[in-house]
Write a protein that binds this ligand. Structure first.
Ligand code: ZN
Length: 308
């Protein structure tokens, strides 16, 4: 078994954007309950995240964005940050802890405490841009973790694989001019967030998928685009923006992936990690809004992380 941490924090369960919001505390609760029911929690090193530090946020975000969120956190009640993102009483703390989980995983993996990590934080991160919250995301957690690795450790070339049903606009914006960071993103198209899908850079592999396409389309993307790009890039570390909203049952998107497709893509990614990156993988939770599908897909994903 491959030593793998499960990094979360109870505050993540208190980040609440209102009773009808799809990015609800029930998502993380469903994953945790399911892992406990099947005994998967016992196979993972359970850790509580600590908050991200300012300099780590500043490598990715504009100072105004950081100051603005801190200032708004002093306000009471539910504050609307953008079209679909809200800040409640525990949201700011949860956002810092969600970003902090990736930093902790980087530090621990580089010091040899374990080889892999699944960061089960809320809010998610891949839509957050340097100067803006977006699509339920406050800080770009995966970008903050990747930059922590590149700045604090002697590693330059990394890959970020984003298989959320929505395009990882924030991650693409942050890394579009940093050629050492390869970003592979699959997403339903045309679809939210309607930006960054046509960015043309050698290190950005955008892989649009037609609505209602299934795991076969994902396999084509892997074989024709991602695998050749990853082999050419030879990443020393792999990050995954793990969104599970491409599942057939998910209410927020119209892709038809199944649990076995998440299992398959995770196996392929681990194979590349073993070949080039000494097996090092950090996966961070992004979307996934059907609670049963989310729990089952996360189980399949984490089971591969600990075994391949
Ligand atoms: Zn999504």
């Amino acid at each position: 078994m491959i030593e793998t941490a499960f990094i979360s924090n109870p505050i993540s369960l208190q980040h609440d954007m209102g009773p009808d919001h799809p990015e609800s505390p029930l998502r993380l609760a469903a994953i945790m309950r399911h892992f406990s029911n099947i005994g998967l929690d016992n196979k993972l090193i359970q850790l509580h995240s600590t908050p991200a530090y300012d300099d780590a946020l500043l490598r990715v975000h504009h100072p105004h964005h950081i100051d603005q969120l801190e200032k708004l956190s002093m306000t009471r009640g539910l504050i609307q940050l953008d079209e679909d993102t809200h800040m409640g009483p525990h949201s700011y703390e949860a956002a810092l802890l969600s970003a902090g989980a990736g930093i902790q995983a980087v530090t621990d993996i580089m010091s040899g405490k374990y080889l892999r990590a699944f960061c089960a934080g809320r809010p998610p991160g891949h839509h957050a841009e340097p100067k803006a919250t977006k699509g339920f995301c406050f800080y770009n957690n995966i970008a903050i973790a990747a930059q922590e690795l590149r700045f604090q450790h002697n590693i330059k070339k990394v890959a970020i694989i984003d298989f959320d049903a929505h395009q990882g606009n924030g991650t693409v914006e942050i890394f579009k001019n940093i050629k050492d960071v390869l970003v592979c993103s699959s997403f339903q198209h045309p679809f939210y967030p309607h930006s960054h899908w046509n960015i043309d850079r050698p290190n950005i592999i955008n892989s649009p998928l037609e609505a209602f396409s299934d795991g076969d389309a994902l396999r084509r993307v892997w074989h024709e685009q991602w695998e050749p790009a990853l082999v050419a890039h030879e990443p020393e570390f792999i990050f995954i923006s793990a969104g599970f909203d491409a599942h057939r049952d998910d209410p927020m998107a119209e892709l038809n992936w199944l649990v076995k497709d998440y299992e398959w893509i995770t196996e392929r990614i681990c194979h590349i990690a073993n070949r080039f990156a000494q097996g090092r993988v950090i996966s961070m939770l992004e979307g996934g809004y059907d609670l049963r599908a989310l729990a089952a897909c996360t189980e399949a994903h984490v089971n591969v992380l600990i075994s391949h």
